[in-house]
Structures are given as C-alpha cells and as structure tokens.
Design a protein around this ligand. Structure first.
Ligand SMILES: Cc1cc2nc3c(=O)[nH]c(=O)nc-3n(C[C@H](O)[C@H](O)[C@H](O)COP(=O)(O)OP(=O)(O)OC[C@H]3O[C@@H](n4cnc5c(N)ncnc54)[C@H](O)[C@@H]3O)c2cc1C
Length: 299
C-alpha cells in the first residue's frame, strides 16, 4: 500500500511503525504507522497529494520539541521535516531556508555571517518550521520579528506565499495552527553587526538558559502558556508542586514550568500531572492554565 509513497521519497526515507519516543525531546510517544522524510518541496507536495487521494491522515513535525505524543501513537503518515529538509542560502542581510533547519544552526550561520537578530533563538531546540508555526520566542523576542516571508503548502499540494501581515502571529500563535498548512521555507530578515557582539550575546543567553532550565532532562519545554498576570513557574512553586511526580513524569525542581521525563514516563503520566497542576491552579488561583505543548495521537 505504501509502495507509492516509498517511490516518492526513496526507500531510505520511509520507515514503518517507528516509536515517536525516538523522535520527541520528551522521549515519550507510541508508534506512528509510517514515517517519511521528504527531501524537497516537490516530494512533500507529492506526499500530501498521495495522502489526499488515499484519504490518509498525516501529521507534520520537525524536531518534536513541543510535542506530547499519546501512548497509542499516531495513525497515518508522519511527515518529518528536519535534517533532510534543511538547505539554506545567505542573501545579503537575509537568510532563505528550508524549514527543517534547526534554530541553533540558523543562529550560528547568522553569527558567522555577522548578522544579528537570531541570538534569542539559539537555545530553542526546534526547527525553523516549528518556530514559525508556534511563533517561538525567548528573552522578549519572537520569531515573528524577523520573518520576512513564508511559503506553505496546502493539502492539495499548492504552494502559497505568506507576508508578515498574513501570518496572524501572536503569543505562541500563528495562522498555520488554524489553516493546517505545511510550512516549507522562510526568509529571515536580519541586519549586519559585529561577530564578537553577536557571539557574546548568544553566550550570555545560553548561560542564562542553562542556569534556569533542566536541559539535562527530557522535556518539551514550558508546558503551559503564560496566563495574564502570572508566571507559571512561580505559580506552580506556590502550589507546592515543585518536584511532584506521577509515574515517571515530574514537575522540574529547577523550573516548575517544565515537566520532565524522570525515567520511563508515559504520556498518560504526563497528562495526569498536567491535569493535577491545572486543577490546583484553578482551585487556588482561579486561573485556567492552557497547555502550550501540542498533545497529539490516538486517545
Ligand atoms: C528544553 C526546551 C526549551 C524550550 N524553550 C523554548 C523557548 O524558549 N521558547 C519557545 O517558544 N519554545 C521553547 N521550547 C519549545 C519548542 O522548542 C518550540 O515550540 C519550537 O519552536 C518547536 O519546534 P519543533 O521543530 O520542535 O516543532 P514540533 O514540536 O515538531 O511541532 C510543533 C507544532 O508545529 C507543527 N509543525 C512543526 N513543523 C511544521 C511545519 N513545517 N509545518 C506545519 N506545521 C509544523 C507540529 O505539527 C506541531 O503542532 C522549548 C523546548 C524544550 C524541549
């Protein structure tokens, strides 16, 4: 049945029944039926058209650093846009890149070319595509500030160009979460600066992140969106839930806004812990905590 897919992406770029825990930064997640890694937009469009024609659900992901995949896994076709989909070109003060490129690599490429504007993103462990979809941000900056244009593909394989005013970027939000299009490339607009200054800024932010976040433990970053008037970490700490654990899922002692996989955590453990934090936040602060991480897979 999948032989046509294999012919599109090549036999080395298709796998069956892969555990998503091998891909997610949480190291959690059941199997995905088929996983393909297209090499370019043309292959991707053909995969999407195949899914449409065969009535097959598909799921796009990048570095899987903002994902909680349920234990039963994902039915249908997983389309991973990461290492194979990461070509780039520096053009004056901008960088045009396929979305599988890691933000950390892009930030280093920018620095090497004496371009400033990406320093804030170096420590975010996602791809450019995931960052566009999530409007990733850190240290008072967001990806939207440097996005000049984005190309995305719809489920009929049509490529559509988006300018900043079309992208509806807000706190951890973008139009791509609504329209379910696949983001394929982006142009990042930066400006010339001094390499030493850029590297010094990146080092400062790297140190700050390492001192505050449990980077040595599997996680998906901040679990909850920041509610108005509060910071999640201090709130969870006040609830007395720092270090609280259900199964293998644990509220990080280093940063209470993170849930870590403390060893063999299941998605069910994480979901139970999320519910407990939400319940306590509602009871004690009257705040409805919404998840920032994307929860996917069969229930
Ligand atoms: C230790 C740690 C620290 C983190 N720190 C930050 C931080 O400071 N700031 C921040 O904003 N985030 C942070 N994150 C979360 C995460 O890294 C970001 O949300 C990142 O932008 C996600 O990129 P990704 O490639 O991993 O996306 P994925 O997790 O693979 O996907 C995220 C969502 O985007 C969709 N998606 C991914 N790629 C595409 C595409 N090409 N087209 C269409 N849809 C797509 C997926 O379907 C999913 O819904 C952190 C995570 C960790 C583990």
């Amino acid at each position: 049945m999948y032989s046509e897919l294999s012919a599109i992406v090549g036999s080395e770029a298709i796998k069956y029944n892969q555990l998503m825990s091998d891909y997610t930064t949480f190291q959690i997640g059941g199997p995905i039926d088929v996983l393909v890694e297209p090499d370019d937009t043309e292959q991707l469009c053909r995969v999407l058209v195949w899914c449409r024609d065969n009535n097959m659900p598909f799921f796009i992901f990048g570095a899987a650093s903002n994902l909680l995949v349920r234990d039963k896994g994902i039915r249908g076709v997983g389309i991973r846009l990461a290492d194979r989909f990461s070509r780039f070109k520096v053009e004056g003060e901008s960088i045009f890149a396929q979305v599988g490129i890691r933000l950390s690599d892009l930030a280093r490429i920018a620095a090497d070319n004496e371009l400033t504007g990406m320093e804030f993103a170096e420590g975010i462990p996602g791809t450019l595509g995931g960052a566009v979809v999530m409007n990733a941000g850190a240290y008072d900056h967001e990806i939207k500030e440097i996005l000049a244009e984005v190309d995305a593909v719809d489920s009929d394989g049509r490529i559509i160009n988006f300018k900043p005013e079309d992208m509806k970027m807000a706190y951890r939000q973008s139009v791509f979460q609504e329209n379910k299009m696949t983001v394929v490339s982006a142009r990042i607009a930066l400006s010339h600066s001094n390499k030493e200054l850029i590297n010094a800024k990146m080092q400062e932010l790297r140190d700050s992140r390492a001192s505050k976040q449990p980077l040595d433990k599997p996680s998906a970053g901040s679990v909850f969106r920041r509610p108005e008037g509060y910071y999640v970490g201090p709130m969870v700490e006040k609830l007395g839930l720092k270090g609280f654990q259900i199964g293998g899922a644990k509220v990080s002692k280093k940063h209470a806004g993170f849930i870590i996989n403390a060893g063999n955590a299941t998605a069910a453990d994480v979901l139970a812990l999320i519910e407990e934090v939400q319940l306590r936040a509602r009871q004690e602060f009257g705040v409805d905590l919404q998840t920032e991480i994307r929860i996917v897979g069969e229930e």
